[in-house]
Write a protein that binds this ligand. Structure first.
Ligand code: C2E
Ligand code: CA
Ligand code: CA
Ligand code: CA
Length: 281
């Protein structure tokens, strides 16, 4: 038994050591990736529910690591967020997005939007808001057609709501519109919703996915849509994967859709080609 306990202890200690080492080395890897500007956004179209026409795109971070396939966000975001390096990554994405948006606007004007993921705590940080404001001053193309979205999954009660509100107000003054991501899943009560006044609510895909098979979810989806209409928000249904779902979403008056049924997230160059086909008409 003693032997077992000792070997268990050794295993645990080595496991912990490896884990800590991995965390530390992932941190410095991310730092290196930032210096080498290895973070890019995939673009996923957001479409008009009635016509399927592309109205905009959500920017989803990808890591073009030189020694790996393209790395998805769940592999590095936890470390990036815990360490605060997500701020640097986000600023890099916004700067690149400014250049890409400029390029898109050559084809068919400025009548579309890009939607950038941030977190509530980033926007409650005046220094970070200042850095975004600087980018907007430097790249006038960002003064129009930019949405920032943050998730309702993050517990707002850890965030200073007054600071969050003032960060949102500052950036709104510079033309940014605000979307609440994963709406329906989280913590934002009605009072928070009213205090923060979003322009767009993105309905989480769990409600879209099960609404056809499950009548309870179906009425929840209906209620969420109704609440969005009452709050005078534009609604986006996330994770639309089938034609039936798209039809249901449209019948509930949800203006926009995003999901694999219409298009998957794709590299900018691919998006640009599709953009010329879909949006310029
Ligand atoms: P999210 O903001 O909810 O983004 C939507 C996720 O759902 C994306 O995963 C997208 O690829 C996926 N998706 C889109 N359509 C469908 C569909 O029809 N069916 C299904 N099953 N999934 C669909 P992705 O790109 O892996 O991103 C995961 C999460 O990582 C995002 O969830 C977001 O919370 C976070 N994230 C992505 N980019 C950034 C970023 O630049 N900054 C921050 N802070 N977070 C980011
Ligand atoms: Ca999002
Ligand atoms: Ca979402
Ligand atoms: Ca989600």
């Amino acid at each position: 038994a003693i032997f077992l306990i000792i070997s268990f202890a050794i295993l645990t200690v080595t496991g912990l050591h490896n884990f800590l080492h991995w965390r530390r080395s992932q941190l410095s890897e991310i730092q290196r990736g930032i210096e080498k500007k290895e973070f890019y956004a995939y673009y996923q179209p957001i479409v008009d529910s009635a016509t399927g026409q592309w109205k905009g795109a959500e920017l989803l971070v990808r890591w073009y690591h030189p020694k790996s396939q393209v790395i998805a966000p769940d592999q590095f975001l936890p470390t990036a967020e815990r360490s605060g390096l997500i701020n640097e990554i986000t600023l890099q994405l916004i700067e690149r997005a400014a250049l890409e948006k400029e390029e898109l606007s050559k084809y068919c004007g400025h009548n579309f939007y890009i939607s950038i993921n941030v977190t509530a705590s980033m926007i409650a940080n005046p220094a970070f808001v200042g850095a975004i404001a600087n980018l907007i001053q430097r790249y006038p193309v960002l003064k129009q057609g930019v949405v920032m979205e943050f998730t309702e999954r993050e517990n707002f009660s850890n965030t200073d709501i007054d600071l969050l509100q003032s960060g949102m107000r500052t950036l709104r003054g510079l033309g940014i519109r605000w979307a609440l991501d994963d709406f329906g899943t989280g913590y934002a009560g009605l009072s928070t919703l009213r205090a923060l006044s979003f322009d767009i609510l993105k309905i989480d895909r769990t409600f879209v996915a099960s609404s056809l098979t499950d009548s309870v979810t179906q009425s929840i989806l209906g209620n969420i849509a109704e609440m969005g209409h009452k709050l005078r928000c534009n609604l986006v249904a996330e994770g639309v994967e089938t034609q039936e779902q798209a039809e249901q979403v449209r019948s509930l008056g949800i203006q926009s859709c995003q999901g694999y049924y219409f298009a998957k997230p794709m590299p900018f160059e691919t998006f640009k080609a599709g953009w010329e086909d879909s949006a310029c008409k």
